[in-house]
Design a binder for this molecule. Structure first.
Ligand code: FAD
Ligand code: SF4
Length: 473
């Protein structure tokens, strides 16, 4: 009889007898026909047996590598015993969006990358198990909608991305009256207006927002702070403010030809194809039967490639100036992109977008790169190989070179919040900005980062807001 979580020959060595399983994944041919999530959840039996692979390290490296210090071995132990609701409750103690992080975290660089089993075999499938147990809790009514007794204080949260949602959740649990102001008509920040539905279905976010609303969080949509309301208005009506305004100003290609017809910024393209009713003024981008070149090597580039494939592109090729080892995008999503037919040209730096007589994109002129010495960040610096220029034919160029914070609206009193040379909001150890009572976190402070980092900052800021108001009272 094979070892399972019920009959492990030796529970400490279940990992040697049970191979790592991945969450069920739809076949590429099927999944490129729609925008739905490609992974499903483990069934209960698989979840128990996969969780039993954890050897319950006394000092778990997975937990230290998780930005939220999730209590991973504890909930894995409970999953192995079939105590799913208890496991989910512990998972929720350290994370406000476990059903989201489990879907979008680059686990290979975080929790799973540090699993001790990696030195001998495959790591525990932490992400898939976190997803299973939190979905199980939602399906079985195990996610409570408890409204804490009001403590008399009100906090304004600006932005409804993962940072804003996590901060609102933490504060609502402590009895604060929380109002979230969001400039877009749909709440969720980049979870909705960015990350494609095939990685994170929009219903997962609306379910979470509905839960927050039922906990008493008020959402005011279509309100831009700095334009429709001032910071002074907020500081008059609320005792503290959290700025979770993200970083969504696209970096341009900054090469000759970057204004040609057919050169498109990544985010509007992704929103147009992935959001059901995108309320945005942006001309439709039709990639059907076209050759699409994507510039960049991060998560956004990967998402553009996979979206272009789904939208009927003849080809979708990523042009990235470093090699695979130095590419910032998630390895899991790189593999998914390859399976779906995307192509990658590494060590390829676009130097010009070439137009045709009609002023539309015809090709991307590139230069081959080689990697030199590591820079301050530890990544090897690319340099051009002399005389190596070549062209890649293209009809559409999607620019995915990353983002900077959007400057505060001109003349707005938000300008009193001190920012650094690239526009990032400067915060102290407590996440407080230069303005007393105004806190910040997530991409607006770090620059483009990860969902799990926004959640971490927001939890810290909520805790600091609580300390600040406790001392003030
Ligand atoms: C295409 C794409 C794919 C990504 N994929 C992944 C991934 O797979 N895994 C991962 O971990 N991370 C991924 N990320 C990064 C992740 O989405 C961000 O790090 C995260 O969303 C940042 O959260 P945030 O709350 O700081 O900001 P955001 O999610 O950007 O939310 C900020 C919100 O503030 C609102 N806002 C801004 N200014 C105002 C104002 N003045 N008044 C009112 N509202 C305002 C904005 O409309 C927005 O809704 C991806 C990003 C992109 C663009
Ligand atoms: S939040 Fe991310 S890093 Fe932490 S356990 Fe979950 S998937 Fe891993």
């Amino acid at each position: 009889m094979p070892a399972t979580s019920d009959n492990p020959a030796n529970p400490k060595h279940a990992w040697a007898e049970i191979a790592r399983a991945s969450a069920p994944k739809r076949l590429p041919g099927e999944r490129i026909g729609d925008y739905r999530e490609i992974y499903a959840c483990f069934d209960e039996e698989t979840a128990r047996s996969q969780a039993s692979r954890c050897i319950q390290c006394p000092e778990p490296l997975c937990a230290s590598a998780c930005p939220l210090t999730n209590r991973i071995p504890e909930w894995l132990g409970l999953i192995a015993q079939g105590r799913f609701l208890e496991a989910a409750a512990i998972s929720r103690l350290t994370s406000n969006l476990p059903e989201v992080c489990s879907r979008v975290c680059p686990q290979e660089r975080l929790c799973e990358g540090s699993c001790i089993l990696s030195s001998k075999t495959d790591p525990v499938a932490i992400g898939a198990l976190e997803r299973f147990v939190n979905e199980y809790a939602f399906w079985h009514g195990g996610v409570e909608v408890v409204q804490a007794p009001p403590n008399g204080y009100r906090v304004a949260v600006i932005g409804s991305g993962p940072g804003g949602l996590a901060c609102a959740d933490e504060l609502a649990k402590l009895g604060y009256g929380v109002t979230v102001f969001e400039s877009q008509p749909l709440p969720g920040g980049l979870l909705v207006n960015g990350i494609p539905a095939f990685k994170l279905e929009k219903s997962v976010i609306s379910r979470r927002i509905d839960l927050l609303a039922r906990r008493g969080v008020e959402f005011r949509l279509g309100v831009t702070i700095g334009h429709d309301k001032t910071l002074a208005d907020l500081l008059r009506d609320f005792e503290a403010v959290f700025l979770g305004v993200g970083a969504q100003k696209p970096k341009s290609a900054d090469v000759p030809g970057d204004q040609l017809t057919g050169v498109v910024a990544a985010l509007p393209f992704l929103i147009q194809k992935n959001v059901d009713s995108p309320l945005m003024e942006f001309p439709p981008v039709d990639v059907t039967g076209k050759r699409v070149a994507v510039l960049g090597g991060g998560d956004t580039a990967m998402d553009c490639l996979r979206t272009a494939v789904r939208a009927g592109a003849q080809s979708a090729v990523c042009l990235y100036r470093r090699d695979l080892a130095n590419m910032p995008g998630s390895r899991k999503e790189y593999a998914n992109a390859l399976e779906e037919g995307a192509e990658f040209q590494f060590l390829t730096n676009p130097v010009e977008i070439v137009g045709n007589a009609a002023g539309a994109v015809a090709a991307v002129r590139c230069v081959r790169m080689e990697l030199g010495a590591a820079d301050a960040s530890g990544r090897r610096k690319p340099r051009p190989v002399p005389g190596s220029e070549f062209t890649v034919p293209a009809d559409i160029v999607l620019v995915a070179y990353g983002f900077d914070p959007v400057p505060f609206p001109p003349g707005s009193d938000l300008a009193q919040v001190t920012v650094n040379d690239w526009g990032g909001i400067i915060v102290d150890q407590q996440q407080m900005t230069s303005v007393l009572g105004v806190f910040s976190g997530g991409d607006s402070v770090r620059g483009p980062s990860l969902v799990v980092h926004a959640v971490r900052d927001a939890r810290k800021a909520a805790n600091s807001i609580h300390q600040y108001l406790s001392v003030k009272s």
